[in-house]
Design a protein around this ligand. Sequence first.
Ligand SMILES: NC(=O)c1ccc[n+]([C@@H]2O[C@H](COP(=O)([O-])OP(=O)(O)OC[C@H]3O[C@@H](n4cnc5c(N)ncnc54)[C@H](O)[C@@H]3O)[C@@H](O)[C@H]2O)c1
Length: 336
Amino acid sequence: MPSSPLRFGLIGTGRIGQVHAASIAADPDATLAWVADPFVDGARQVAAQFGGEATDTADDLFVPGRVDAILVASPTPTHVDLIARSVEAGLPVLCEKPIDLDIARVEALRSTVASAGVPVALGFNRRFDPAFAEARARLAAGEIGALEQLTIISRDPAAPPASYIAVSGGIFRDMTIHDFDMARFFLGDIVEVQATGSTTFDPGAREHGDYDTAVTVLRAASGAVATIINSRHSTVGYDQRIEVFGSTGTLDVGNQGTSLVRVSNTSGVDTHRPFESAMVTRYTPSYRAELREFISLVRGGASTSPSFDDGRAALLLADAAQRSAEERVVVAVDLS
Ligand SMILES: NC(=O)c1ccc[n+]([C@@H]2O[C@H](COP(=O)([O-])OP(=O)(O)OC[C@H]3O[C@@H](n4cnc5c(N)ncnc54)[C@H](O)[C@@H]3O)[C@@H](O)[C@H]2O)c1
């Protein structure tokens, strides 16, 4: 007998909360049951558009019997408490990245999560990007031999406001964290981190002692090396590329254009259209696939959802990169 759709409680209805609400509404095996946000008008708007009851407090979602799973899309400082409440209530939880900005708080929660027996997944959606996932699968299938180098270029279209930089935890914990997870997705265990950061254009980054430009080099236990190139801005749009260099070939994932139509004439060959410039449009398929994988995890099926420990490892790498950039040292890491 087919089971009824999983009833989700969504916490946070800002930028990414709205993306998740749309994914839940689009999935035949999910339904939006409750939506919580202290900015209750936001919760009401999302509930009106995608379904569910709106409330101004997450407490309402933890009333027994109301939801089958929790999706945390509220600001980072709320994540640890909400993961803890979810597992205590026996509710599977998909939580946005990062788990927290303070590794001590993550470590304090680790054993609770490990012994809870409740699925906890982290929102590293880029693992589910169809092109990145295909590159990973083709590497695993042996198409380019053994992995030797990975290059990740990850530049946002525009820098966030200074007020966001102030609470972001810095470029490595806020932005590169996705790339640290992507590097682990391809390279496996990482043992060494070297990073440099610079402030080239953004007054907000300068004001808050952050970098707007960063390059990180990771060494894997296998000996393979990853280079991650970040900028908080990119005039060409959302610059999201990967090159996987192997012993017998290379896999390239280029930027996603906004048009598939190419014009050819005497002045050249081009689409004359820019690359995607919004997180939502560039990564929509990955958010949808991330949700499907989480549902599979909850249903007890095979799942590749990033775990709590994947979230912990990415934060450890971010902390190491921050230290490396500040102190200009190579940092050995043990992610076990
Ligand atoms: N995976 C991704 O691609 C991605 C993209 C953006 C943001 N994020 C992460 O998602 C989280 C949210 O980011 P955002 O950009 O959507 O932020 P946002 O500021 O746009 O939205 C956050 C929402 O949470 C609400 N909120 C605040 N405290 C709350 C609480 N205690 N309970 C419930 N709701 C609460 C706010 O009122 C707001 O509506 C952050 O941790 C961020 O790092 C991930």
